[in-house]
Ligand binder design. Structure first.
Ligand SMILES: [Zn+2]
Length: 58
C-alpha cells in the first residue's frame, strides 16, 4: 500500500484517489478514520473524509 504525500490517504495507487497527488511507499503508521466529524485527530490532520491515513509520509 502507498500513502499520499499531500493528504496522507492510504491506497494501492500511484496517484491519490482522493486528491490526485503523488503517493509514496515510504510511510509509517496509520490512522483509521471512521467518523471524521467526531474525530479530534482528523480535525488536526485536516481529514475531511473517512478512510485510512498514514501518520508519517516521506
Ligand atoms: Zn491525497
Amino acid at each position: 500500500m502507498r500513502a499520499c504525500k499531500q493528504c496522507s490517504f492510504i491506497s494501492p495507487d500511484d496517484v491519490c484517489p482522493r486528491c490526485g497527488s503523488a503517493t509514496s511507499k515510504e510511510w509509517q503508521g496509520y490512522l483509521v478514520v471512521i467518523d471524521h466529524e467526531k474525530s479530534d485527530i482528523a480535525k488536526k490532520m485536516s481529514i475531511t473524509s473517512n478512510g485510512k491515513y498514514a501518520l508519517r509520509v516521506r
